[in-house]
Design a protein around this ligand. Structure first.
Ligand code: GDP
Ligand code: MG
Length: 176
């Protein structure tokens, strides 16, 4: 949690998950239409930002995407720094990406100073139902065990994208 000039809070949210699970696609979709966000490219990656006004409080929310560093498992500490929220994304058609969520959680704990970050488990590529390797039940159970929200999405078909945003806003707000 950080206080910024002109805002009551600055919230940094990062996207984590194996390469190819759909992080960039999801964030691009989230940046569209109703929840339009401003996109800023940096050396470390891209971030999308937006101002939320909830119950009279002005929150500057920024959601960070990697520039592909996760391909080589070389996401830097700078990426994690100050993060109070993480979208943990996996691909429901690739079990290994689901197994990696625990690894990403470990990295988050090791690299972020925030002791109780808001965590949201995102099961992406739900449009590919016949290739599915990880069930809703499994995803839900894992989310419950780690005290996080669970959302099934398809960035491709733009399914449930708004719910990611709404859950994020709600969970972040409750954590303030
Ligand atoms: P990242 O490496 O996690 O940022 O993943 P990308 O967003 O680059 O997506 C990797 C590939 O998966 C691309 O070819 C996307 O078009 C595809 N993809 C992303 N989300 C979905 C989805 O929900 N459904 C399907 N079928 N493909 C997706
Ligand atoms: Mg990407």
């Amino acid at each position: 949690r950080k206080t910024l000039v002109g805002f009551d809070y600055g919230i940094k949210c990062i996207a984590l998950g194996d390469s190819g699970v759909g992080k960039t696609s999801l964030l691009q979709k989230m940046g569209n239409a109703k929840h339009a966000m401003k996109t800023t490219p940096t050396v470390e990656g891209i971030f999308h930002s937006k101002v939320l006004t909830t119950s009279g409080r002005k929150i500057q929310l920024s959601i960070w995407d990697t520039a592909g560093q996760e391909t080589f498992r070389s996401v830097t500490r700078i990426y994690y720094r100050g993060a109070s929220c993480a979208l943990l994304v996996y691909d429901v058609t690739r079990r290994s990406s689901f197994n990696s969520i625990s690894v990403w959680l470990g990295d988050l704990r090791d690299n972020s100073s925030n002791t109780k970050p808001v965590l949201i488990l995102v099961a992406n590529k739900c449009d590919l139902s016949k290739d599915r390797e990880v069930s809703s039940t499994e995803g839900n159970l894992f989310a419950k065990q780690h005290n996080m929200s669970y959302i099934e999405t398809s960035a491709e078909k733009a399914l449930n994208i708004e719910r990611v945003f709404e859950t994020l806003a709600k969970d972040v707000y409750h954590n303030i």
